[in-house]
Design a binder for this molecule. Structure first.
Ligand code: MRU
Length: 348
């Protein structure tokens, strides 16, 4: 997508360096972070310089390819096995991270060149999958639609286009008139910071709402449908996504509003029988206790927004049971969140 008229990808690799848009600085500053080796890329994943299931997967694939380049010569197998463990320890929930690491590792057993080719192929597929999700998803968007979303499932969470927001962009391109309710998504505010930044750059009408305001807008008949992303989808359709997604799904069901999940098949994990098998990341309490941003003079500050001396719990994801989900928009079409359809499409 374009930033100030110039086309950017969220993440790419040139030689042995991985480049990525530093998402910790957005929306206040646009800067490219350079990861010169696989450990830098691992740090970028853990610190959420790169984030969002799709982008994390590509970062992990690139990290694995970097490790192969670094480990050439003696002790190659040990080196790449250890690197794989480190990459897989960066974040636990997004399925794409493990999907990409495994694919590149298996290719690395043939040659370093195959590993590099595989990592680049995963990045390319990520773009094509996102485009296809947009194409299928836009068909279910009414001509005039008020769409609510959670977190950032836009191009910043992929290599390009996104999942939930790819549907929005494709619907806009099809001439539909849209308005997007952006749930702020505390504690890290990926909605208020990243989704709002994307929509603003695309001139798509939107408004940020506080996380606890969503029921009010749903009850006031101001939301026509929800479209959210996913970090891991179990065999039975239970879906892990950014914390706060479950309460949006419950609200949707209560008020009879369609609730769609948009995700590529690389986010499905048929080895997880249900959502109970999905590991949920616990993050640092400071993400809840502090907030960062610019003050009225534009100076970046990190301030405490909670009682000094109190502690916080910070689960990063929740699981929406399949029964709350109207449909899952994938790159191969829209399916019902049921085992039969999930297994069929994953094996197709
Ligand atoms: O990496 P995070 O924790 O910011 O990722 C969470 C998400 O981006 C989402 O839950 C998103 O909806 C998944 S699709 C990019």
């Amino acid at each position: 997508m374009k930033v100030n008229g110039k086309h950017y990808l969220t993440i790419w690799m040139e030689g042995s360096t991985v480049y990525m848009i530093d998402q910790t600085l957005l929306p206040f500053e646009f800067r490219i972070f350079e990861a010169k080796n696989y450990r830098d890329t691992c740090k970028a994943i853990s610190a959420m310089i790169v984030r969002g299931a799709g982008a994390i997967g590509v970062a992990a694939g690139f990290a694995m390819a970097q490790a192969c380049m670094e480990g050439q010569g003696g002790g190659y197998l040990d080196y790449i096995q250890n690197a794989r463990k480190e990459i897989e320890a960066t974040r636990p929930t997004a399925r794409n991270l493990f999907y990409a690491t495994e694919r590149v590792f298996n290719a690395a057993l043939k040659s370093v060149e195959s590993a590099i080719r595989e990592a680049i192929a995963i990045a390319e597929e990520n773009i094509q999958d996102a485009l296809a999700i947009g194409k299928y998803g836009q068909a279910i968007i009414p001509g005039k639609a008020r769409i609510a979303t959670q977190c950032n499932a836009g191009w910043l969470g992929f290599v390009d286009h996104g999942s939930a927001l790819s549907v929005v962009y494709a619907a806009r391109d099809a001439g539909k008139v849209l308005f997007v309710y952006v749930n702020e998504t505390r504690p890290r505010s990926q909605g208020a910071r990243l989704t709002a930044w994307e929509l603003h750059h695309e001139n798509i009408p939107h408004t940020i709402i506080a996380d606890n305001a969503c029921a009010y807008f749903a009850a006031s008949e101001k939301i026509d449908l929800f479209v959210v992303g996913a970090d891991r989808i179990a065999r039975n359709g239970d879906t892990a996504n950014k914390i706060g997604t479950l309460d949006k799904a419950i609200i949707a069901k209560e008020f009879g509003i369609p609730f769609y999940v948009a995700a590529p098949l690389s986010t499905f994990d048929v080895k997880c029988q249900t959502g109970k098998d999905i590991p949920i990341e616990e993050r640092d309490e400071d993400e809840v206790l502090f907030q960062s941003g610019t003050d009225a003079e534009g100076v970046y500050r990190n301030i405490r927004v909670s009682n000094p001396g109190s502690h916080a719990l910070n689960p990063a994801f929740d699981v929406t049971p399949a029964g709350y989900i109207t449909g899952i928009i994938t790159e191969k079409g829209i399916i019902k969140p049921i085992e039969e359809e999930i297994v069929k499409i994953c094996n197709a």
